[in-house]
Design a protein. Structure first.
Length: 495
């Protein structure tokens, strides 16, 4: 998989087709942040290529450089600013235009234009169709898809009345919340390897989490029409994609805004019947939205990966209450037990925030005890980051940065031992493996993933042996046996 910090794409057939229409401008892309942001970059690249632009992987060769930014936490904001400044230096070397897109624009639109004069245009998360005019390629075009019908949930409307989506304190923020949502007719160029793709099934978020500004950055929760998602998945499958990963800020709310009950389960079931697809998975399940129907659907279909990613954020009820999340360790353990009972052999992934304002040592120890008992297969831990505009920004008793980092390391040390034990238990077992190519670690090994590994976020599978009669090809599936285990990574031989 390409490094998500610097995603660029060059598809010869797209450039050839563009050149046949007109010798357009050359565009270079840098995409930062999450897979949801990557899909936005792929959509913008598709629009540009369709309008006749050429895509390049070399910033120094580009007439226009587009930086699609992240603004989720402070470190992501700083990385975005550093990347913009780095790309700005190419303007002196011949690049004629610099465009900044994405979440940082929603948060700091006016400051970007004021403090970085090299930036020629900005494109917010709800303005993707403006990339054509921002890059100087063509006028912006509106979508005319019959499947683009945007509605909102009662929860979103209620929280808007409570000020959840307010951006009044953000200088330069436009009045309207982002409401863009791509569909199956939108041109898109994949920046992932040809065998795997993300499909964004929803955008925005209505949840009140006090640590998060994504609702202000991305707008209210809104689902793509059911038919639109299926149409895109079928098209991707026809082009050679064998694994699709459904993403959204909360995929488990999918379809609620147009009255669809158990929408995610229905969608997964339909996708499982697309013949060419091999693996279907989804990410980002909100804990209290995991229904019995969803779990039964996963268990019933071999193509749906037995993999549940449920970001719990914490386990102490008092911290979760301050986070405006609800729940607690005991409730979560019952949920995990239900998941494991319904889906034998399920892979469980989660993520936590340590150092939330007011987090005491006792509350942190509650989290540590929970992690020991829950025994997750994969886990990420993030230090709390203050964000102006988030509810937690005004909370008192902020935890010092050094203590946050200590707690983060401590929690990951606990998980490392759990992961080591769980990975060791896989030695001797057989799995289907998709080969990604030569390992980034060494040219002497190949690298791949099994169904227990989501793209990019989980450990790696190194392949050190395969039959002499086999010439392993990236993007192809093979049967393998796990022969060695490390803390997070596995070693396998192709059978």
């Amino acid at each position: 998989m390409p490094d998500r910090d610097t995603v660029t794409a060059l598809l010869d057939r797209e450039n050839t087709a563009s050149a046949a229409r007109s010798p357009g401008k050359t565009i270079g892309f840098v995409s930062l942040g999450c897979p949801k942001n990557l899909v936005d970059s792929e959509v913008m690249m598709g629009m540009l290529a369709q309008a006749g632009a050429q895509l390049t992987i070399r910033a120094e060769d580009a007439d226009v450089i587009v930086v699609n930014t992240c603004s989720f936490i402070e470190s992501a904001q700083q990385e975005s600013v550093n990347t913009i400044l780095e790309m700005a230096r190419h303007k002196a070397g011949g690049s004629k235009r610099l465009v900044v897109a994405g979440c940082l624009v929603e948060r700091f639109r006016e400051e970007i234009q004021k403090n970085i004069p090299e930036v020629d245009a900005v494109v917010g998360t709800g303005e993707l169709e403006k990339i054509l005019s921002a890059a100087g390629v063509a006028p912006a075009q509106e979508s005319n898809s019959p499947f683009k019908i945007l509605t909102s949930r009662p929860e979103g409307d209620a929280r808007e009345s409570q000020g959840r989506f307010s951006r009044e304190g953000w200088d330069g923020a436009i009045a309207d919340l982002p409401n863009y949502l791509y569909d199956e007719t939108t041109p898109r160029i994949l920046a992932t390897p040809g065998h795997t793709a993300y499909i964004k099934i929803a955008e925005g978020c209505d949840h009140p989490c006090s640590f998060c500004i994504i609702p202000q950055l991305r707008g209210k929760f809104r689902s793509r029409r059911f038919e639109s998602v299926i149409a895109e998945a079928e098209r991707l499958a026809r082009t050679g994609v064998r694994e699709v990963t459904l993403i959204g800020q909360d995929t488990t709310c999918y379809g609620e805004d147009f009255g669809l009950k158990d929408g995610l389960a229905l969608l997964l079931e339909k996708l499982a019947h697309i013949e060419q697809l091999r693996w279907v998975r989804f990410l980002y399940a909100y804990p209290n939205k995991i229904t019995g129907r969803l779990l039964e659907t996963i268990a019933a279909h071999e193509k749906i990966c037995s993999y549940v990613d449920v970001p719990l954020q914490h386990a102490s009820p008092t911290v979760l209450k301050r986070m405006k999340r609800g729940g607690g360790g005991d409730v979560f353990l019952r949920t995990l037990e239900k998941i494991r009972r319904t889906i034998p052999g399920v892979t469980l992934r989660t993520s936590f925030i340590v150092g939330f304002p007011g987090e005491t040592e006792k509350e942190f120890e509650e989290l540590c005890d929970f992690v020991r008992e829950a025994q997750f297969d994969w886990m990420g831990t993030f230090g709390y980051s203050d964000q102006d505009g988030a509810g937690a920004y005004s909370l008192e008793k902020k935890v010092p940065a050094r203590e946050i980092e200590r707690r983060r390391k401590r929690l990951m040390q606990i998980q490392r031992q759990i992961s080591k034990k769980r990975k060791k238990a896989l030695v001797g077992r057989e799995f289907d493996l998709v080969l990604e190519g030569i390992s980034e670690e060494t040219d002497l090994l190949l690298e791949g993933r099994t169904a227990i590994h989501a793209p990019e976020i989980d450990g790696k599978v190194f392949v050190n042996e395969f039959p002499e009669s086999t010439e392993p090809q990236p993007g192809q599936f093979y049967r393998c046996e796990i022969v060695e285990a490390h803390d997070y990574d596995l070693v396998a031989r192709i059978l």
